[in-house]
Design a protein around this ligand. Structure first.
Ligand code: M6R
Length: 616
């Protein structure tokens, strides 16, 4: 959740690190800090609040050293204060450390260190690790000088329980950084005469696209001239070089007010990229290159298990509906965080999928590992290439939507809906779905970018509705079948970025409880499709209207709504049911976005949230 950035080279480290921190800020924005090496000591600045505050309010830009590191924090242990911000120093001043993750056994280690005379200036678990490294450094001065710093970090980490991505500097080693990971991502950027370290590629791509992804249990030692990777047991690791396909333009606002707005409007192109090259030559089914499982094995699956968190979990619920409807194979969807502890009985021929934009969500990663431990194959639907989940899965499907930086997921969510729809087609064509139905389905999928463009063209109308409804404190989002998860997603979007209370429900369930909330002060957003559900949804709307509830209807074009039933109508195009959830999502993304803007919320960095949840 926190962001880590480091630099070793010939340039002034502070400017590069502060720039990297701005790009990483979406990972956590409680506080920020920087440490730069200077003649056997550290120049340090850290501050509660945003990176902008660190830049404006401190002398950080003036630090002149060429080796340094910075951090954006999402608090776990200890409040949001200047003292708890990273980097932390060991009490002897020799080590500076930044950390992403949680050290579970920090209390016992702290007691031990206190008994040895170490002191603590913060409430964090991170400072405990920093002092533990200092302890090992002092204890074993016999280790050969060149590796004494590295070995002290290695020794300290062997005592650590929990998750970490860390970067450490030692005042005695002026141009070196030691970094390590277990459960929190770290990437080495290999530039022209310089190295960068970061928790994700957005902090690196302005300087290099050549990267090495660190694996769990690995320790990276960077000097001005070279780098090496070893394990916790000191075994050598040969680095595997990768090239990042994202460019710096992908991570810029490009004239938009917020990344969320940019990413909503990027959806037609993002959906095209998700589909590109993924249809069969006969135009009747989908193809996926990286599943690493034969069509025969796929056909023998009796039940699919989908694991995810947040918006990705909503995407799985839609995929469940489509796969059960078009492929007639049962699907079970679990919150990844629950699956791991639920220990539910599993069929022998089950196949698992995890859905995760970042590929770093710790609950999803832990669920993946649990399914693999039980001997199951796990495939991953994932946006970030080279992420931990992508590397630990048996195969999968990349989303190819470019970096998603707004904390509220938009283009990654609709791309996951699309992949779910393509999976339903792929599995359906192995079973009951006919050639002609497959061709019709493929045509519908290919048409979705244009349908989304049509909805985006209504942004001014939706903005006007948002302006009038921003004053309400409670909302219901109601839909049926595959539009029920879209209702959940609409409610999540609204509460995440505007802090308005919102709940998603199956429309018919509303009368079993939530109807008690209905008054003129609690508007309902209804998803109204034509077809067999139309009259049912209209009945639910009438029950709301009878209780003076206001209604915003997101209705397909052919729905002839009774006059006066909806207070506001947002029309969406008639479309194939496989793409309806995608088309219906876009208006509620826009509605939430414009309400949040109207309320002057910090849309891209909503309070308390972080883009990638890498702690349990
Ligand atoms: O990176 P992931 O897709 O695994 O993230 C899962 C959730 O944390 C994420 O979808 C979250 O709910 C978003 N803030 C939703 O907008």
């Amino acid at each position: 959740m926190c962001g880590i950035v480091g630099y070793i080279g010939t340039q002034k480290a502070s400017s590069i690190i502060l720039e990297g921190l701005k790009r990483l800020e979406y990972r956590g924005y409680d506080s920020a800090g920087i440490a730069v090496q200077k003649n056997g000591r550290f120049d340090i600045a850290k501050k509660a609040g945003r990176v902008e505050g660190l830049i404006k309010g401190t002398a950080a830009q003036k630090f002149s050293g060429t080796t340094g590191m910075g951090h954006t924090r999402w608090a776990t242990h200890g409040g949001v204060t200047d003292a708890n911000a990273h980097p932390h120093l060991s009490s002897d001043g020799k080590f500076a450390l930044i950390h992403n993750g949680i050290i579970e056994n920090y209390e016992s280690i702290k007691r031990f260190l206190l008994s040895k005379g170490y002191t603590f200036a913060s409430e964090t678990d991170t400072e405990v690790l920093c002092n533990l490294i200092a302890y090992h450094y002092q204890k074993e001065p016999a280790v050969e000088d060149a590796s004494r710093f590295l070995e002290s970090v290695r020794k300290a980490l062997r005592h650590i329980e929990g998750a970490y991505g860390i970067a450490v500097m030692c005042a005695d080693y002026p141009a070196e950084i030691v970094a390590a990971r277990k459960g929190s991502p770290l990437i080495l950027g290999v530039g022209d005469g310089e190295y960068m370290l970061a928790s994700d590629v957005s902090a690196i791509i302005s300087r290099t696209q050549n990267v090495v992804y660190l694996k769990d249990g690995e320790i990276l030692h960077i000097t001005v001239r070279n780098f090496s990777i070893t394990t916790l047991d000191a075994a050598d690791v040969s680095p595997v070089f990768d090239r990042v396909s994202w460019s710096i333009a992908d991570a810029d606002l490009n004239g938009h007010a917020h990344f969320m707005e940019k990413e909503i409007f990027e959806q037609p192109a993002a959906l095209e990229n998700t589909m590109r090259g993924r249809f069969s030559e006969d135009g009747s089914t989908a193809n996926f290159g990286g599943l690493n499982i034969s069509a025969v094995d796929f056909r023998h699956v009796d039940r699919f298990h989908f694991l995810a968190c947040g918006s990705a979990w909503h995407a799985c619920l839609v995929a469940e509906q489509l796969i059960e409807r078009f492929a007639r194979v049962p699907v079970e969807v679990d919150y990844a965080s629950e699956f791991r502890y639920r220990n539910s009985p599993l069929e022998r021929s089950a196949l698992f999928f995890t859905f995760s934009q970042s590929g770093e969500t710790i609950d999803t990663l832990a669920a993946l590992r649990e399914a693999k431990r039980k001997g199951y194959k796990v495939l991953a639907v994932n946006n970030v290439v080279g992420s931990t989940i992508a590397r630990e899965s048996d195969g999968g499907i990349y989303q190819h939507v470019g970096p998603e930086i707004g904390v509220a997921s938009t283009k990654a969510f609709t791309s996951q809906l699309l992949i779910g729809a393509m999976l339903a087609l792929y599995i359906g064509r192995m079973r009951d779905l006919s050639f002609s139905d497959g061709v019709e389905y493929v045509q519908a999928l290919k048409g979705v970018p244009d349908l989304v463009r049509q909805v985006l063209a209504q942004a001014p109308h939706i903005k006007e509705i948002a302006r009038r409804y921003a004053k309400f404190q409670d909302f219901l989002f109601l839909g049926r079948l595959s539009l029920f998860p879209v209702a959940l997603e609409g409610a999540l979007k609204l509460k995440e970025i505007s802090y308005i209370h919102a709940e998603g429900y199956p429309a018919a369930e509303m009368k079993h409880g939530p109807i008690a909330l209905i008054s003129e002060q609690c508007p309902s957003v209804f998803f109204v499709p034509s077809g067999e559900m139309f009259s049912k949804v209209v009945s639910s709307m009438q029950e709301i209207k009878a209780r003076k509830g206001r209604i915003i209807a997101v209705a397909t074009e052919d729905c002839a709504l009774p006059a006066g039933l909806a207070d506001e109508i947002i029309r969406i195009p008639e479309c194939h049911e496989a793409v309806l959830p995608i088309v219906a999502t876009v208006p509620v993304q826009l509605l939430s976005y414009y309400i949040a803007v109207e309320l002057q919320r910090d849309v891209d960095k909503p309070r308390n949230l972080a883009k990638s949840v890498t702690v349990e």
